[in-house]
Design a protein around this ligand. Structure first.
Ligand code: TYM
Length: 332
């Protein structure tokens, strides 16, 4: 079975609808026919300052949410990045293959360092995409299910894989991004031309999976829409309404066409009211399940340790090949 791999950062108390619809749902779907590796990117998280206690809690919360979303430890290796040292080790080798200018072109660094100025950003934030390339290449996956914002990092990953294969010997498989067009960019409810984001969105623009469901319903009902009244999917002219239709369609399986017909002549209020109910129905059991899983932290730690053992064996084998090809002398 072809492998799939993806990761998510534990940088908030809860994942949001963008994470879920853009990525996690595809993780769950792909685990059926593939050999999956899914991890919590705690080493990426520390590229910006984190409170250690909070980071530890959020990592466990992330694990509980992955399980609640349907990632199945019987089928998938679920693990924490820092528990598999090969990620950082391959990261170093790949840093030495990356041009400074090439790293500088990564737009995420530009965006994230824009606020405090480049001088205040960590070097880890700069080399972030190279660690991500290592995360991926260690497992030789066929597909990497992510949202649109990760596309550039996937391109760098493929470039580095090709460069290594060419310079040394064919070692890495070139991974394909797996990005579902419909849900690749869920937008901010208050600013529907921007992506919904843990760090960038205001609280009323973002729906967290672990929010109080009544609060999420309220956010949907007060989402920004344009001044017209026609329910029509048109991301250019009607980004707010289109985002709501995207979320509605993704959660119910109804097509956008079907929804447009159903709400024709009814206005935005009806659409928002019904979508609020759909969202409550989805998040309520998700939240209950996550909180239940969090009560047994030993069990979560055990799942993660088993995942790290499975992933570690695969990652170590790749790293051994890499070290050998680079010319490192093995110990013993
Ligand atoms: P992160 O933690 O920011 O987001 C996790 C996943 O959610 C997707 N996503 C979205 N999709 C659609 N609409 C949105 N508004 C939205 N916001 C987030 C992201 O695209 C991502 O798939 N660099 C990664 C973590 C990572 C990784 C990896 C991913 C580290 N190593 C290796 C894949 C492979 C990140 O910051 O994701």
């Amino acid at each position: 079975r072809p492998r799939v791999l993806s990761g998510i950062q534990p940088t908030a108390d809860s994942f949001h609808f963008g994470n879920y619809l853009g990525a996690l749902r595809q993780w769950v779907e792909l685990q059926e026919e593939h050999q999956p590796f899914f991890f919590i990117a705690d080493q990426h998280a520390i590229t910006v300052e984190q409170d250690p206690k909070v980071l530890r809690q959020r990592t466990l919360r992330a694990a509980a949410q992955l399980l609640a979303a349907g990632v199945d430890p019987q089928r998938s290796a679920i693990f924490v990045q820092s528990q598999v040292p090969a990620h950082a080790q391959l990261g170093w080798v790949l840093q030495c293959l990356t041009g400074f200018g090439e790293a500088r072109r990564m737009t995420q660094f530009k965006d994230k360092s824009a606020k405090g100025g480049e001088g205040a950003a960590s070097v880890g934030l700069f080399t972030y995409p190279i660690l991500q390339a290592a995360d991926i290449l260690l497992y030789r996956p066929a597909y990497v299910p992510v949202g649109e914002d990760q596309r550039q990092h996937l391109e760098l990953t493929r470039d580095l894989a090709q460069r290594f294969n060419h310079r040394y010997k064919k070692t890495f498989r070139l991974p394909e991004p797996y990005i579902l067009k419909a849900t690749a960019k869920i937008t901010d409810l208050q600013d529907p031309t921007a992506k919904m984001s843990k760090s960038g969105s205001s609280p009323s623009g973002i729906i967290d999976l672990l929010d109080d469901p009544r609060m999420s319903a309220k956010k949907i009902r007060s989402a920004v829409t344009d001044s017209g009244s026609e329910v029509r999917f048109d991301p250019e002219e009607k980004p707010g309404v289109s985002n709501l239709l995207t979320i509605y369609s993704a959660l119910t399986g109804r097509t956008v066409d079907d929804l447009e017909t159903a709400y024709s002549g009814q206005g935005y209020g009806a659409l928002k009211g019904d979508l609020a109910d759909v969202v409550v129905e989805f998040v309520t059991p998700f939240r209950d399940r996550t909180l239940e899983l969090l009560e047994d932290q030993d069990q979560l730690a055990k799942v993660l340790a088993e995942g790290a053992a499975t992933a570690g064996a695969v990652a170590e084998a790749t790293l051994r090949d890499v070290y050998d090809r680079v010319g490192f002398v093995p110990a013993g």
